[in-house]
Design a protein around this ligand. Structure first.
Ligand SMILES: [Zn+2]
Length: 405
């Protein structure tokens, strides 16, 4: 029986292991940017950071032009892969975008290619209309993509794949059916109730991932779908387990100002939502996995596009991350929640590897206990004198684990 005094006494000190080994880290949601062979500097700047940590990463095809065909994927993927530094075992995969005009057979062909093929598509990403930065390559009329979802859910369509491909959904609705604008706070709930459930009614075997869950009610919905036998999975971006709407209005010195660098879409919600996401992340439930939705945003407000805040003052959603810091923060969350590190391994790799039918990870990364301060920027200077500098959302924070060289 528990001693009543222990309930009110000082909480037990947390013990942080000196060393943590993780195998086959897999980030299911990164935006490597750059556009086909254009090399605007963001891919070149960011990929070495990601490759240092992840054995596999899935890059979303909302580039310019958007990756909506196998031919476009075959042009883009080798370019990204070529930026992985020599000697680092890190593979870039691609999620093609679904649109109302998707050529279903073409995408199915890409989804059935062996992973090493340049035109292989690992998954399909669907943005609902105008909720984020999809360059207009998104979906308003859900009925128009049902043939694609049906084909993706038909095992007979695939000769090589072991499992059905994943449909990644940015589940937010900006407008009601009659064109009324939905409040920022309610957009994810609207999409879950209207779109996720309609897909499940029409294609019950669909393999769906709700990207970057931002609401406790979405976690409840996923628990419900899983209990009912549907294949609905939750991607958890750890910053949704830490930030709330109010954090967007902190100047870092105790004053109030709009801080655009943590700003992400979906928008952060309440402290209760954030706590629910952190607890789902550390729960050990196999249907939640890691994908941090990072993007390299150039910190150059004189440019019109491709930057965090542009010359017109418009701010793009998305956090620039240093993967080493993100993994440290996830490890700290598991340790502080007193959950076993085997749960962290499953969350950061195994659960998503199973869902995406990737082979078991072979690369071990070693994190060691050492306080370090996350730099405010990552940057790279190019031979022509151009400097790409991205402001890191976690910049200035002290993290407890660093990557051992
Ligand atoms: Zn994203």
């Amino acid at each position: 029986m528990q001693n009543i005094e222990s309930l009110f006494g000082p909480s037990q000190a947390i013990e942080y292991p000196k060393e943590i080994l993780l195998e086959g880290l897999f980030n299911t949601h990164t935006h490597l940017r750059g556009g086909i062979k254009k090399g605007d500097g963001r891919s070149e700047t960011f990929i070495p950071y990601a490759a240092a940590v992840y054995e596999d990463m899935l890059s979303i095809g909302n580039t310019i032009p958007p990756l909506v065909t196998t031919a476009l994927v075959a042009e883009q993927k080798p370019f990204w892969q070529s930026l992985v530094p020599k000697g680092m075992a890190s593979t870039v995969h691609v999620a093609a975008l679904a649109t109302e005009k998707t050529d279903v057979e073409d995408i199915i062909t890409g989804l059935d290619k062996p992973l090493g093929d340049p035109s292989a598509i690992l998954a399909v990403k669907m943005f609902l209309r105008a909720v984020s930065n999809s360059g207009g390559f998104d979906v308003d009329n859900l009925d128009a993509v049902i043939p694609l979802i049906r084909a993706m859910s038909d095992r007979k369509k695939f000769k090589h794949r072991r499992t059905l491909p994943v449909l990644k959904i940015h589940a937010e609705r900006k407008y009601t059916l009659l064109g009324r604008r939905i409040s920022f706070i309610d957009r994810e709930r609207a999409a879950v109730e209207r779109d996720i459930e309609r897909i499940l009614m029409l294609v019950p075997e669909a393999n769906i991932e709700i990207c970057h869950v931002s609401l406790a009610s979405t976690l409840e919905a996923i628990d419900y779908y899983q209990l009912r036998g549907y294949n609905v999975f939750g991607e958890i971006s750890p910053h949704y387990g830490h930030y709330t709407t109010d954090d967007l209005f902190e100047d870092g010195k105790g004053g109030t100002a709009m801080n655009s660098h943590p700003f992400c879409l979906p928008i952060f919600k309440t402290p209760a939502d954030s706590a629910a996401i952190r607890s789902a992340m550390t729960s050990g439930k196999p249907y939640f996995h890691f994908g941090d939705d990072e993007a390299c945003h150039d910190n150059n407000p004189t440019l019109e596009s491709g930057v965090k805040i542009n010359s017109a003052g418009l701010t793009a959603g998305g956090q620039t991350q240093i993967p080493e810091a993100v993994i440290s923060s996830v490890l700290e969350d598991f340790i502080e929640a007193r959950r076993p590190l085997s749960f962290a391994q499953a969350f950061l790799s195994d659960n998503a590897r199973q869902l995406y039918a990737l082979p078991v990870g072979r690369r071990t990364v070693r994190f060691v206990r050492k306080d370090w301060v996350v730099p405010n920027t990552i940057e790279r200077e190019f031979p022509n004198g151009k400097i790409v500098r991205c402001r890191v959302a976690m910049g200035g924070q002290t993290r407890k684990y660093c990557l051992a060289s």
